[in-house]
Write a protein that binds this ligand. Structure first.
Ligand SMILES: Nc1ncnc2c1ncn2[C@@H]1O[C@H](COP(=O)(O)OP(=O)(O)O)[C@@H](O)[C@H]1O
Ligand SMILES: [Mg+2]
Length: 227
């Protein structure tokens, strides 16, 4: 069987109840296959970001099960979760979260430097990714010298530098003007079409959702329809 037929992620009755009693994710069950491009959609407050954080190993479920790439995230030891966050996933946020005192190139290099790799080996990889996202000529610019769309493309390059199996993005075009959003969209589509990375994008944008091969529609923490 091709690895593309295997589920990369499997959630069963996945639940995240916050201390205030809110069921941000409520008994959600779904599968995401390797190489898929999935959009998570739904009204504000329905639990999209919470679900993405669970997939990224940034938050832990309070009930149910979540397996990604063979790791049981719901019961994993902190050591395994750290490895998972560093090696298996890359995350893109609405507000970019680039470090302001580092250049675009340094921001992209950082995840691998933190893993102990030498700048000499990381630099060419980071430069190639900046070229991929159309920022070859912005490598030495600091975030404040970049437009919103350029910052988001740098953030996408940073998320890809660890060669993640799973790329997660939370409203990646939510803070961009139409032209910049279109560029980020084209980039996501290109990444998805290469098929090496599974892509899960939380979005309000009908256009982003349309690009995805499948939508997980959320309401009040649950999923509206099964894959
Ligand atoms: N840290 C938190 N503590 C308590 N409630 C939260 C927290 N984060 C989010 N919520 C609540 O959980 C629900 C889902 O939030 P969220 O996942 O951010 O939704 P979305 O991303 O779809 O807008 C909302 O009702 C929100 O107010
Ligand atoms: Mg959100």
């Amino acid at each position: 069987m091709s690895p593309l037929d295997q589920p990369l992620a499997t959630a069963r009755d996945l639940t995240r109840t916050y201390a205030n009693g809110v069921n941000a994710v409520a008994a959600a069950s779904f599968e995401i296959r390797a190489g898929e491009f999935v959009a998570i959609t739904g009204p504000s407050g329905c639990g999209k970001s919470t679900l993405l954080h669970l997939l990224g190993g940034l938050d832990a479920p309070t009930a149910g099960e979540l397996h990604v790439d063979g790791l049981a995230l719901h019961s994993a030891a902190e050591r395994d979760l750290t490895r998972y966050r560093r090696h298996t996933v890359g995350i893109v946020f609405q507000f970019f979260h680039l470090l302001p005192t580092m250049t675009a190139l340094e921001n992209v290099m950082l995840p691998r430097l933190l893993q102990g790799e030498s700048p000499t080996t990381v630099r060419p990889k980071a430069e190639a990714l900046l070229a991929l996202v159309g920022l070859a000529d912005r490598a030495t610019h600091f975030p404040h010298q970049l437009s919103g769309g350029q910052m988001q493309r740098a953030a996408i390059a940073r998320a890809l530098v660890g060669e993640p199996k799973l790329l997660l993005a939370d409203e990646p075009t939510g803070n961009l003007d139409t032209a910049a959003a279109a560029q980020v969209l084209a980039l996501l589509e290109e990444i998805a079409s290469q098929g090496r990375t599974t892509l899960v994008v939380v979005t309000h944008s009908a256009e982003v959702a349309r690009l995805a091969r499948r939508q997980l529609r959320m309401r009040d923490g649950g999923l509206m329809q099964e894959p």
